[in-house]
Write a protein that binds this ligand. Structure first.
Ligand code: 1CP
Length: 357
């Protein structure tokens, strides 16, 4: 297992080191011409995602182009529902769908009767891709594995598509609370298994995406988000106590304390809706921070505003164990030159403030 990446050192020492590590959520994807080329060659998102050579290639593309400090395996939070029998379709300009959607007890029973090793086999290309990337990746760079948090995954499974307002997910919850938690339980165990398998294959850090966090009603946050994430962290830490876990729970700043107190997380990824200065003030210093440049600013690429915002983030995090990133994923219309420029500003700030680069 790789143990001396720049990012792992941040977790080991819990203080600023000689470099500020950088990576970008959704750093592989349509904004890169080299990704579009492979995507075309593969023919569909699924053929890309489940072909370990293609997945390896697109995972490494942003590393080659930007020389950043971490790769994140090219996959998706929806591979778990796909492995559990829902058909996953990603169509350009239309979006994602999962069919058939989960509507009743029969559908949940079907999920429950899935054979665990069949799911492992289905996801084997993801693990193979991880092993290949780890072989090619410099030893000082981290490789992220990831999964969605059970609530976020369940929202796609229940609606069969993005459930932006959680209208279908919350109605399902209120109508079939018992069934809903059966689904969450199933997802907890598959998330633990999927993260452990990714670590076994070579991932040296993992991130959990609760992308729908900000839409969860206050009354449901504890049982629908915090408890399942706690369960996943405990499950992963039991097998791999030294692998850092980062939580990106978008839109949940008012519950950061609850997440930290209850879940065994090592870092919080801060969204753009949260002022990084407040995060620094309110989050204990043994929790590593990651974030939080606005992906829309990155997309527009106004140099002066970009530099000012990078400086604001870095200045506020100057005494913290910190990983530079976005507040959410890169938008597909982003010019890769803006990413390069951002990296340049981070390096420039570091140099002017006594870091090695
Ligand atoms: O070529 C294409 O059109 C595919 C678009 C795409 C990509 C590039 C999808 C479908 N998934 C991915 C890759 C992906 N998804 C990665 C790895 C790439 C990287 O980060 O470099 C990761 C980490 C994800 C995670 C993911 N998928 C999340 C959580 C992160 C977030 O952005 O909040 C979510 C919510 C998804 C669902 C999903 N998969 C794909 C799309 C277009 C979506 C969003 C659907 C929606 O809610 O609108």
């Amino acid at each position: 297992m790789i143990e001396n990446t720049i990012i792992q050192d941040i977790f080991r020492y819990k203080k600023p080191l000689s470099t500020i590590p950088i990576w970008f959520m959704r750093q592989a994807g349509r904004y890169l011409p080299e990704y579009r080329e492979i995507r075309k060659k593969a023919g569909s998102f699924n053929s890309l995602c489940y072909n370990s050579d293609y997945a390896e290639e697109v995972t490494l593309q942003p590393i080659r182009r930007f020389d950043i400090d971490a790769a994140i395996i090219f996959s998706d939070i929806l591979v778990i529902p796909n492995a559990l029998g829902q058909n996953l379709t990603v169509t350009e300009n239309i979006g994602v769908s999962l069919e058939p959607s989960i509507k009743d007890a029969k559908a949940i029973q079907k999920l429950e009767s899935q054979n665990v090793s069949d799911c492992d086999n289905f996801l084997q290309p993801v693990y193979e891709a991880i092993a290949k990337v780890r072989q090619s990746l410099d030893k000082d760079k981290s490789l992220f594995g990831f999964c969605g948090a059970p609530f976020t995954i369940s929202s796609y499974m229940i609606a069969g598509k993005p459930d932006k307002e959680l209208s279908e997910t919350c109605q399902f919850y209120y109508q079939n609370k018992k069934l809903f938690f059966q689904l969450i339980e199933i997802l907890c165990s598959y998330c633990i298994r999927h993260l452990c398998n990714q670590i076994k294959a070579g991932a040296d850090i993992v991130q959990i995406f609760e992308s729908m966090g900000g839409m969860i009603p206050a009354k449901l946050i504890k049982e629908c988000s915090i408890n399942p994430i706690q369960k996943i962290c405990d499950g992963v830490k039991k097998e791999y106590p030294h692998i850092p876990i980062i939580l990106f729970a978008k839109g949940t700043a008012s519950y950061f304390k609850e997440y930290i107190d209850n879940c065994n997380i090592d870092a919080l990824s801060i969204d753009t809706q949260t002022d990084i200065a407040l995060a620094v003030k309110n989050i204990p210093s043994d929790i590593v921070l990651q974030g939080n440049l606005d992906p829309f600013l990155l997309c527009v690429g106004n140099s002066k505003m970009l530099e000012e915002e990078v400086n604001y983030i870095l200045h506020n995090c100057r005494n913290r164990a910190f990983i530079f990133n976005l507040g959410h994923g890169i938008i597909k219309h982003t010019n890769p030159i803006h990413v390069e420029e951002t990296i340049k500003y981070v390096r420039l700030w570091s140099k002017n403030n006594g870091y090695n680069n």
